[in-house]
Design a protein around this ligand. Structure first.
Ligand SMILES: Cc1cc2nc3c(=O)[nH]c(=O)nc-3n(C[C@H](O)[C@H](O)[C@H](O)COP(=O)(O)OP(=O)(O)OC[C@H]3O[C@@H](n4cnc5c(N)ncnc54)[C@H](O)[C@@H]3O)c2cc1C
Length: 570
């Protein structure tokens, strides 16, 4: 191999999985490089909510969670056979990884967030962990603008950073929300020193806080970062992966790895051909809510080319999204998540036959699964419709359509109507506008209005568990997720089966080693995050269930590499 550079560990991809692999490996004394094909680092992870699902984390002492109860919960929620040893490795290593993250200077705290199947045995509401905020300028003025920025919707007016508490306060227009807004704006403009350097808020929140704080530790450990460096293929010598072929600024090159190559290059959500190959209902890459120039499955293709196996590739980390054009914005900003909007009162979701198909307030991944199942059954889903009335429109967002308190009707661009947003003075007229059978839609709305009166949804159980209620409106009784759809005008927006990334990928063992089709580890090759198959198979058990395992298996892989290289430290 004619390598231009040699490192102990080569990490492909700069998201959560890659950052943790690099940090842990460097902490063990290994020389590490991160290769990132984009012009910014941090991946989808930096644009995310930054929540990690870590059962039995014990951040606030012993609150009664245990590995046994997490196992019970996972056994009751995972719907396909999974590698039990790998699942066990996750439960063992996740709290250890979190302690290491904390010891590396990253401030972490538990967040009250119900598991996504709150009625299953072993479910809890305290397994999610967040990094509250991070001062982005601690990365240094040269690096601080180089971290990938968040989705516009995660910032107030696309500019002011919001943490999760502020996000929920604004989303629900909780008491004092106007004061919260004023404080956020004042804080930003008072920071004159930063305003001279960048428009970017130095207060990193959510995924930016997680990745900013982690990267501070990564850089402090001397890890090298190469942007604009794309993995093309893997170098194999005598049956062992010993390096990577890359393109850097358009020029081919080879980077050698003495002890291991980590594939942490995200999933394949932006590769339509792989979606078509793996998914029963492929959907469109452009409905994904991850950054559009990033995850195209190149690492998966490179590993398959040397015999790697894949698993759990039939589904993504689903989330309902809607499209709304924004002035001068890319696809990434035009895709709006509607995860919590679809379960608010005074609304209902129907397929194109006008029928309900799900408890709309359920977890976003379950919502997506229900869309796929309904599409396979009826051929009339993906997209489905979110129908709501004037009360909903006044108070809640519907994907990118902000409530009237923020965006009154007269401010909506004329080209949105009858393309992205539909409005009519009666349910009959609305049904005609969106080409849904009038009688069915009338019957569905009448049924929802009856449920709203009793507070009971016998068919789907909407608003009848703590997860649903968590995102409902507490001022609406008797059920915070159900309200009559009866105040004109009535609205409809199409909802797509979007995603936060892909769930399946390279098949790995309990040490994050990539397996070949015979189940044997490919020497020198590791994978973590969405590049690898989820340890949970087809299931999204709780908030943070993608980043939790991504960081945990990055940690596990680095430990394995360090042990094999004889470099392991405490
Ligand atoms: C808005 C939003 C909010 C979310 N919130 C949460 C949350 O709170 N909790 C949670 O658990 N999950 C959340 N998710 C999902 C989560 O962000 C992803 O599942 C997770 O970040 C994936 O991490 P990763 O390290 O595998 O990949 P990524 O963070 O996507 O990083 C992969 C990196 O690899 C790079 N890459 C790709 N191909 C190559 C190549 N050929 N060569 C070199 N580099 C390459 C990409 O450019 C990218 O930077 C959210 C997603 C979105 C979009």
């Amino acid at each position: 191999m004619d390598a231009s550079e040699t490192f102990d560990v080569v990490v492909v991809g700069s998201g959560a999985a890659g950052a943790m692999t690099a940090l842990r490996a460097a902490s063990q004394g290994l020389r590490v490089v991160i290769l990132e094909k984009a012009h910014k680092f941090g991946g989808t992870s930096a644009t995310s909510g930054g929540v990690m699902w870590i059962p039995d984390h014990r951040l606030d002492g012993d609150k009664g969670d245990s590995q046994a109860s997490a196992r019970e919960y996972l056994a009751a929620t995972i719907g396909v056979p999974v590698n039990e040893e790998r699942l066990g490795a996750y439960l063992d290593a996740a709290p250890e990884m979190l302690r290491f993250l904390k010891a590396s200077g990253v401030q972490v705290m538990a967040a009250a967030w119900p598991d996504y199947f709150p009625d299953r045995p072993g479910a809890r509401a305290d397994r999610s962990v967040i990094v509250p905020t991070f001062d982005g300028r601690l990365l240094g003025d040269a690096r601080y603008p180089l971290m990938r920025e968040q989705y516009n919707r995660f910032k107030l007016f696309g500019r002011y950073s919001m943490d999760l508490v502020e996000t929920f306060a604004l989303m629900m227009q909780q008491k004092g929300w106007r004061m919260t807004v004023a404080k956020m704006i004042t804080r930003y403009w008072r920071d004159r020193a930063t305003r001279k350097v960048s428009h970017r808020d130095r207060r990193f929140t959510q995924g930016a806080a997680l990745m900013g704080a982690t990267y501070k530790a990564v850089f402090d450990h001397g890890v090298a970062l190469r942007l604009e460096t794309k993995l093309e293929s893997l170098v194999v010598e005598n049956g062992r992966v010993t390096g990577v072929n890359v393109t850097r600024f358009g020029k081919p090159g080879v980077i050698a790895a003495r002890h291991g190559v980590m594939l942490a290059a995200g999933g394949f959500e932006w590769n339509q051909a792989l979606r078509d190959r793996f998914y029963p209902v492929p959907g469109l890459a452009r409905h994904s809510s991850t950054p559009e120039d990033a995850n195209r499955g190149e690492a998966l293709i490179a590993a398959e080319a040397i015999g790697a196996d894949v698993e759990h590739t039939r589904s993504g980390w689903w989330i309902p999204t809607m499209t709304l054009p924004m002035k001068g914005a890319s696809n990434f900003h035009e895709i709006h998540q509607a995860a919590f909007d679809v379960g608010r009162p005074w609304s209902v979701c129907v397929n194109r036959n006008g029928d309900r198909f799900v408890d709309e307030a359920t977890g976003y991944d379950s919502f997506g699964k229900a869309m796929v199942e309904d599409q396979l059954k009826t051929g009339a889903n993906c997209p489905c419709w979110l129908i709501f009335d004037a009360k909903f429109r006044a108070k809640f967002s519907a994907g990118g359509l902000m409530p009237t308190v923020h965006t009154p009707e007269h401010k909506l661009p004329g080209d949105w109507w009858d393309h992205y947003v539909f409005r009519a003075d009666s349910i009959e007229a609305l049904a005609a506008r969106i080409d849904v059978p009038v009688e069915r839609l009338l019957a569905t709305v009448a049924n929802m209005n009856a449920c709203a009166k009793t507070g009971v949804d016998p068919e789907f159980g909407r608003g009848m568990n703590i997860y649903d209620q968590f995102f409902g409106d507490p001022t609406v009784t008797p059920n915070p997720n159900l309200g009559p759809i009866d105040k004109p005008p009535f609205y409809a927006v199409p909802i797509n089966n979007g995603d936060l990334g892909t769930k399946g990928g390279l098949r790995c063992d309990a040490r994050a080693r990539v397996l070949d089709k015979g189940g044997t580890p490919i020497p020198g090759l590791y994978a973590a995050g969405n590049c690898s198959a989820s340890p949970f198979g087809d299931c999204y058990p709780g908030a943070g269930a993608t980043i939790g395992p991504a960081m945990t298996f990055g940690f596990v892989a680095a430990n394995d590499i360090a042990e094999r290289s004889g470099n392991q430290r405490a």
